[in-house]
Write a protein that binds this ligand. Structure first.
Ligand code: HEC
Length: 158
C-alpha cells in the first residue's frame, strides 16, 4: 500500500514535470508567436510611411531629371552643397537636413515633403515657398516631377 502510494506520487510528480515541460514548450511557442506578431505589427506600422512614399514615377527616368539638381544637391547622407543633401528627403520635414543653413522661410516652415508637396514645390519653388533660396525655375513637365520624386525616393531606400 505504502509502495503503491509512493509510486502514485512519483507518477503524479512525473506528470507534474511533464506539465511544466509542456507549459514551457507552450510558453516558448507563444514567445515566438509574439515575435512573429511583433514583426507583423512592425511591418504594418511601417506601411503608412511606405504608402507615403509610394510614388508612381519612373526612377530610372528620374535619374536623368536629377542631373538638373545635381549642381546643388547630393543624394549622399550629410553631403550638403549649395543645397542640402536630399538623402531621405521624401517624407522628411522641410528644412531639417543636418548641418545645412536654410533660408528662414524653409527653416521655419512646417511642410513635410510628401510626394504631393514635392510636386508642388518642384513645379515652381518660389511660388510654393516664397523666399526660398533655391534658385531653380521649376520642372514644367509633370512626368519629370513624378520621375524625379520616384528617383529621390528610390535613392533614399536603406
Ligand atoms: C541652383 C541650386 C539648386 C538647384 C539646381 C536645385 N536646388 Fe533644390 N535647393 C537648393 C537650395 C539652396 C535649397 C535650400 C533652400 C532654402 O533654404 O530655402 C534647396 C532645397 C531643396 C529642397 C528642400 C530640402 C529640405 O531639406 O527641406 C528640395 C526637396 C529640393 N531642393 C529639391 C530639388 C530638386 C529635386 C532639384 C532638381 C529638380 C533641385 N532641388 C534643384 C538649391 C538648388
Amino acid at each position: 500500500m505504502d509502495a503503491l502510494m509512493h509510486r502514485t506520487r512519483r507518477d503524479g510528480m512525473g506528470r507534474g514535470w511533464l506539465l511544466i515541460l509542456a507549459a514551457l514548450v507552450f510558453a516558448i511557442g507563444l514567445g515566438s508567436e509574439v515575435t512573429v506578431g511583433q514583426l507583423l505589427a512592425q511591418t504594418a506600422s511601417q506601411a503608412p510611411d511606405a504608402s507615403l512614399v509610394a510614388v508612381d514615377g519612373d526612377a530610372d527616368a528620374g535619374a536623368k531629371v536629377f542631373r538638373k539638381c545635381q549642381a546643388c544637391h547630393s543624394l549622399e547622407a550629410g553631403q550638403n552643397r549649395v543645397g542640402p543633401s536630399l538623402f531621405g528627403v521624401v517624407g522628411r520635414e522641410a528644412g531639417t537636413a543636418e548641418g545645412f543653413k536654410y533660408s528662414p522661410v524653409m527653416q521655419g516652415s512646417d511642410v513635410v515633403w510628401t510626394p504631393e508637396n514635392l510636386d508642388a514645390f518642384l513645379t515652381n519653388p518660389r511660388e510654393f515657398m516664397s523666399g526660398t533660396r533655391m534658385v531653380f525655375p521649376g520642372l514644367r513637365d509633370p512626368e519629370d516631377r513624378r520621375d524625379v520624386i520616384a528617383y529621390l525616393n528610390a535613392q533614399s531606400a536603406p
